[in-house]
Design a protein around this ligand. Structure first.
Ligand code: ZN
Length: 583
């Protein structure tokens, strides 16, 4: 290239072999810069510029707050330093490494600098100009271009950003909890900051809008920048770009009452990322909401566990009220059918926006015909529970199309020895609407890039509803399933029932959560859960994704049953897009 048209390539004035950097080395240096930024309270983004021969030319990190300069993004800071060093604004042949997908301003500056290549780490679905929001790197009408590569060291880059924003949110939350009138007995301090740092590596789209509030949105941008993603843009493009299109809806699609429609997840192998640009401010301006606890299923065995759960929820900043029959006992149920139905009725009328089940067990199935589903949907309450509560989630969806949540229950998740930090954070972030994408490890996941209504829950409960008016008829959905204490052959048998009933084949994806607490026998001869998953993959022509952090386990996501979501897999990771952008 340089042969036919002589060009003076950028080269560091005093380069020696010691500062020759490869991709990993350059990104590591950029990350170091990002950390420096964080230490100074700037959004942690760092950049380095290498000359045409791979030697270090300059570094930079975000300085917008420090310098009171809206243009002081890491890339611009590094470009300026590099240009000064070369005494030339043209950095021909040079390459820039940055921890986050560049914004339109920075990409433009880099084009003007005649860079040969731009390499970024984490994608930025909020301001990214390499596919995150717009893709200027492929605009043929721009007169200069550079090669653009994304995803180098994305995990570490995303981690850093995510930790930064989480810590900021945690600080806001702590301040809020302190301000809230927490009961004197509340000994449980919000552990969000602990959960943030303890949370496993995040993977993708850590959002990272610049510290300054201004985010480039398609509508605010000049016309030539406002190229909207195609209607059917894949979920994963350039690592990960956010879709705009709403999924073809399934069941009756009445709007969610108070849709906490962006939950997330956790798990030892789970990464969650908030892709919200203002997430630094989130949690600060969110009002803590109130929770009303009811027992629609099995009897609460240990009242002290419920007391503890109430105390902990209050310490998180929630106002909590316990229904007067929450501790009732009748046979194995939390009260007679009439008592439990009355509790549901009271839940619709009381003032708190969230209604949480104290526990699962068994008992909702027999109540389904007597629940006024229209009234439940019209109440505007957000119902949450799991296990037996799947019957409630699915009946509500089937009868009205309303969204409810599958997630923590008071006794199981908040009344034990310890509350899982991630479960708690995900629950809160779901309620406050912070979480947009739940990413989790899914080794060997089938390739998929689809949208649909998220639905499902406990496998035994889903299977039990087949043939009843309470199983939603979801076409092209994302079906998630978990179960506990079921031997793999029983799991297979229930899946077979769904398959024979035509339920599985019409989904866009089957997402398996955690199947726990069963015992294999010697005569299984190697038949195990993996064998069931292999059988499932062979049997149904629907992508199967494993690893969803949901089930009868401590670490669980809070999932919006009935909400449109996206799912995509890439490199052993699955990404559940719980809230699409454009809000
Ligand atoms: Zn920028």
């Amino acid at each position: 290239m340089a042969e036919s048209r002589p060009v003076r390539l950028a080269a560091a004035p005093s380069a020696d072999a010691a500062d020759l950097l490869d991709d990993d080395g350059a990104m590591a240096l950029a990350l170091e810069q990002a950390r420096l930024a964080a230490e100074q309270g700037e959004v942690p983004v760092g950049a380095v510029v290498l000359d045409a021969t791979g030697h270090l030319l300059a570094t930079g990190h975000n300085r917008t707050i420090l310098d009171r300069d809206p243009t002081a993004h890491a890339e611009v800071v590094a470009l300026r330093a590099a240009a000064r060093r070369l005494d030339n604004y043209r950095l021909t042949g040079a390459r820039l490494f940055v921890t986050l997908e560049p914004c339109a301003m920075c990409l433009g500056a880099m084009f003007h600098a005649r860079l040969a290549e731009i390499v970024y780490g984490a994608p930025d679905p909020k301001t990214g100009a390499c596919g995150g929001v717009v893709d200027l790197s492929v605009q043929p009408r721009l007169n200069h271009h550079a090669r653009v590569r994304g995803g180098v060291g994305a995990q570490a880059c995303g981690d850093l950003l995510r930790d930064f924003f989480r810590a900021r949110r945690a600080a806001g939350r702590a301040a809020r909890a302190q301000a809230a009138t927490a009961p004197a007995s509340a000994s449980f301090v919000p552990a969000s900051s602990a959960s943030a740092s303890a949370a496993p590596a995040s993977s993708l789209p850590a959002s990272a809008a610049p510290a300054a509030p201004a985010t480039l949105t398609a509508s605010a941008a000049p016309a030539s920048f406002s190229e909207a993603p195609e209607a059917d843009a894949p979920l994963l493009r350039n690592s990960l770009s956010m879709p705009k299109q709403k999924p073809a809806s399934a069941a009756p699609a009445s709007p969610a009452p108070h849709p906490a429609s962006h939950p997330a997840a956790g798990g030892e192998h789970t990464h969650l990322v908030c892709a919200d640009p203002d997430c630094g401010a989130h949690g600060v301006h969110e009002q803590p909401s109130g929770i009303y606890l009811i027992s629609p299923s099995g009897a609460v065995a240990d009242p002290a566990a419920l007391d503890l759960a109430v105390e902990r929820l209050r310490a998180l900043g929630f106002r909590v009220a316990v229904d007067r029959t929450a501790l009732a006992v009748h046979e194995r149920f939390a009260g007679t059918d009439r008592q439990r139905l009355a509790a549901i009725q009271r839940a619709l009328k009381q003032k708190h926006p969230v209604v949480m089940a104290t526990r699962g067990g068994y008992g909702l199935s027999r109540l389904l015909p007597q629940i006024d589903w229209r009234a439940v949907a019209d109440s505007g309450k957000t119902f949450i529970g799991q296990s037996d509560f799947t019957a409630f989630n699915l009946a509500l969806l089937a009868r009205t199309g309303a969204v409810s949540l599958a997630g923590p229950t008071a006794v199981f998740d908040f009344g034990g020895k310890k509350v899982d930090d991630l479960t708690q954070a995900l629950f809160q972030e779901t309620l406050s609407g912070e979480l947009e994408i739940l990413s989790f490890e899914s080794p060997g996941a089938d390739p998929v890039d689809a949208r649909g209504i998220l639905w499902g829950g406990n496998l035994a409960m889903v299977a039990s509803l087949v043939g009843t008016p309470y199983l939603p008829d979801v076409q092209g959905g994302i079906l998630f399933l978990e179960d506990v204490s079921e031997h793999p052959f029983r799991i297979e048998r229930m899946l077979t029932q769904l398959w024979h009933a035509g339920v599985l084949e019409k989904q866009h994806a089957i997402v398996l959560g955690q199947f726990t607490d069963y015992r294999l026998a010697p005569h299984d001869n190697g038949y195990d859960l993996d064998a069931v998953v292999r059988w499932l993959r062979k049997t149904v022509r629907v992508p199967v994704i494993t690893g969803l952090p949901y089930g009868h386990v401590k670490v669980k996501a809070t999932l919006p049953v009935g909400a449109p979501v996206g799912i995509a897999t890439e490199d052993g990771m699955a990404h559940l897009v719980l809230r699409e952008h454009g809000h």
